[in-house]
Design a binder for this molecule. Structure first.
Ligand SMILES: Cc1ncc(C[n+]2csc(CCOP(=O)(O)OP(=O)(O)O)c2C)c(N)n1
Ligand SMILES: O=C1C[C@@H](O)[C@H](O)[C@@H](O)C1=O
Ligand SMILES: [Mg+2]
Length: 636
């Protein structure tokens, strides 16, 4: 047996360089690069290995562990899970900062390789700087906090453990049914320890992303269900996008008059302009999709997890009549809603189903176009909202008085409504631009209103809805698609929470554009509290003496080196967007928008934990209303 003497970290980097993926006849390296924030835990191990020989890996210095991991996740999501970045952090707080990002990757089923350093395997210098100590165990470290948010988790205390651990991690990350974060924590001393590794371990290794075929039983059952239904509806989920099922979805929908509705992860699998695409479904859905969902007697869930936002907390459908047909690579997902399960690749299954449905037409007929036209009229209305200081009714009604709305208009010096700004942006940016979002009120507005006219141009992280993903993720998308303009759609709250990777984008000249919607507060949470009977409580950004904060975010970004704009009218916004396109450096457009001017519910419902007892009558009423609505929901 030929061996090669390497440190654990050197072996790790050598191995990462030899991992390939094979998808639909194409083969390419699976690991594009590695983000790092170095500390004492990893700089002398992984840092030394990278300095010595990074191979083809792009090495990028991050600014915050969560931020750089979000960038890595967005890269992988944008690459349809066919390529990844690894992420190396130091020990203790460096690894703790990964927890929110790992949760983001896990709930969105996105592969990413997380490599936090761990405390000393020998324990000789314990407690090392940044080591937590427990009375009950010495074996527990900060990295144990990553267990619940990892699809695969391991701790390496000896160099030779690395071999089996890496093979398992790559098996998990390249399986569409299990894809998620693989976390390998490596003891600080073990990173630098040497071993005679079997040379075979470093040979080129190809991971096959084969399309899992449905069985004859599954296909027959699915075809029978569709043929015996009158009004079937297809939910296009993230799985449909990763499987690249666009063409067959359009073919099926057109031939059989089956409307398509989209989840956040599924949006931009099929272009919004396709006549049978009724847009987003559920809590943040369109009126068209939500109406169609209520009428459907068969829900065909293609690669969807049926989250509460998709199902309007299990009230979106008429459960008396609706059956479910679930096409999903994951058995866990396929079992949901008591559906008929087809555990297989979305695109392949739909292609095999197509010839079995010959002669079938749904009863939706012209209704699909009528629903779509009704929604387009509403979308048009939302593009032309004009503020009125005497008598203005915002989309989110009965929460802020005219007086408070005027106070915002004065304090932020704006009359711009969020929906109007958003739709002006949709018109102004080029259709192949990629937009990204994740938290706040923007995901709802985007799922409803944004028209994605090209595939894979809508990138929404709404599995974890993690504030701070927007700016960091924009960098990851830019790394995946350097020729496209990337726009981060971000609220002021999310921007404040995390935007450190803007500096990384500027540093490495990966241009991103930040569209900052500043309503001076946690707007959607304000809607939620006031919509459920509470007052306005700690969701507005007000000073100690109750003044609305007017923060100069453009100045902040300017300080980092971004080209910045302030746009409080549609005209200013359009001019800024045009100028931003000409820039080579990252840009930020700050828009002050009026609170409560985001879209509302469109016949959806979200089950939230309203207080059962309260001193406020309005909260008591909200609780009663919730209890009533719950009676109409499917119980599980
Ligand atoms: C990391 C994280 N913390 C908390 C939340 C809960 N949360 C969701 S939206 C939101 C406020 C968002 O404010 P902003 O970004 O300004 O968007 P707006 O709703 O005002 O449009 C909060 C606190 C979250 N989604 N993610
Ligand atoms: O709690 C939340 C409310 C949602 O409206 C929002 O989009 C999401 O970010 C969230 O976390
Ligand atoms: Mg806000």
């Amino acid at each position: 047996m030929g061996t090669i003497r390497l440190t654990t970290a050197q072996a790790l980097i050598k191995f990462l360089n030899q991992q390939y993926i094979h998808v639909d006849g194409k083969e390419f390296p699976f690991v594009e690069g590695i983000f790092n924030v170095f500390g004492h835990g990893n700089v002398l191990g992984i840092g030394q290995a990278l300095e010595q020989d990074p191979g083809h890996l792009k090495v990028i210095q991050g600014k915050n562990e969560q931020g750089m991991a979000h960038a890595a996740i967005a890269y992988s999501k944008q690459m349809l899970r066919q390529k990844i970045f690894a992420v190396t952090t130091s020990v203790g707080p460096g690894s703790a900062n990964l927890v929110a990002a790992a949760g983001t990757a896990l709930s969105n089923n996105i592969p990413v390789l997380l490599l936090p350093a761990d405390t000393f395997a020998t324990r000789q210098p314990d407690p090392v700087l940044q080591q937590v100590e427990h009375e009950y165990s010495t074996a527990v470290t900060t990295n144990d906090a990553l267990k619940p948010v990892s699809r695969y988790w391991d701790r390496i205390t000896r160099p030779e453990q690395l071999m089996s651990s890496l093979i398992r991690a790559f098996e998990v990350m390249t399986d569409p049914a299990k894809a998620g974060p693989a976390t390998i924590c490596i003891s600080q001393d073990a990173e630098g320890e040497a071993f005679d590794f079997d040379e075979k371990f470093f040979e080129k290794r190809v991971h096959y992303l084969d399309r899992k075929l449905p069985t004859d039983r599954e296909l027959k059952g699915a075809a029978e269900l569709i043929k015996s239904s009158k009004k079937p509806l297809i939910i296009v989920g993230g799985g449909a996008k990763y499987s690249q099922a666009r063409d067959i979805l359009i073919k099926l929908s057109e031939k059989h008059d089956i409307p398509l509705v989209e989840t956040q992860a599924g949006k931009s699998t099929v272009e919004s302009t396709f006549k049978n695409n009724l847009g987003g479904i559920g809590v943040t859905g369109t009126l068209a999709a939500n109406k169609a969902a209520k009428e459907a007697d068969l829900i065909i869930g293609v690669g969807t997890r049926y989250t509460d936002f998709t199902t309007s907390s299990k009230t979106a459908f008429n459960f008396e009549q609706a059956k479910f047909l679930n096409i999903n690579v994951s058995r866990l997902q396929a079992y949901k809603m008591d559906g008929f399960q087809v555990v297989a690749d979305a695109k392949t299954t739909l292609e095999l189903l197509f010839p079995l449905l010959d002669g079938y037409k749904s009863e939706f007929g012209d209704q699909i176009v009528e629903l779509k036209e009704e929604w387009l009229r509403e979308r048009d209305r939302l593009s032309k909202i004009v503020f009125d200081r005497e008598n203005f009714t915002p989309e989110i009604k009965d929460q802020f008085s005219q007086e408070v709305l005027n106070e915002y208009a004065d304090a932020l010096n704006t009359e711009l409504a969020q929906t109007t700004a958003l739709l002006a942006i949709n018109e102004a940016v080029s259709p192949d631009s990629i937009i990204i979002g994740s938290a706040g009120s923007l995901p709802g507005d985007l799922q409803r209103l944004w028209h994605s006219t090209e595939p894979n141009t809508y990138h929404m992280e709404y599995g974890y809805s993690c504030m701070g993903y927007e700016v960091s993720g924009a960098l990851g998308i830019k790394l995946a698609q350097p020729d496209k303009e990337v726009y981060a759609m971000v609220g002021d709250g999310s921007f404040l929470m995390l935007h450190s990777e803007l500096v990384t984008a500027i540093q490495y000249n990966h241009k991103i554009n930040i569209l900052l919607f500043d309503n001076s507060g946690f707007g959607c949470i304000s809607n939620l509290q006031m919509g459920n009977g509470m007052g306005s409580y700690y969701c507005e950004f007000r000073t100690h003496d109750n003044q609305i904060m007017n923060i100069d975010y453009a100045k902040v970004a300017e300080g980092y080196g971004a080209k910045t704009y302030r746009a409080n009218t549609v005209e200013e916004l359009k001019a800024a967007l045009e100028d931003a396109k000409k820039q080579n450096v990252s840009t930020l457009i700050e828009m002050k928008v009026l609170p409560k001017t985001m879209t509302d519910g469109y016949e959806s419902w979200w089950h939230v934990g309203v207080a059962e007892v309260s001193e406020k009558e309005s909260v008591q009423k909200a609780y009663e209303a919730k209890q009533q609505k719950l009676k109409t929901a499917k119980q599980y």
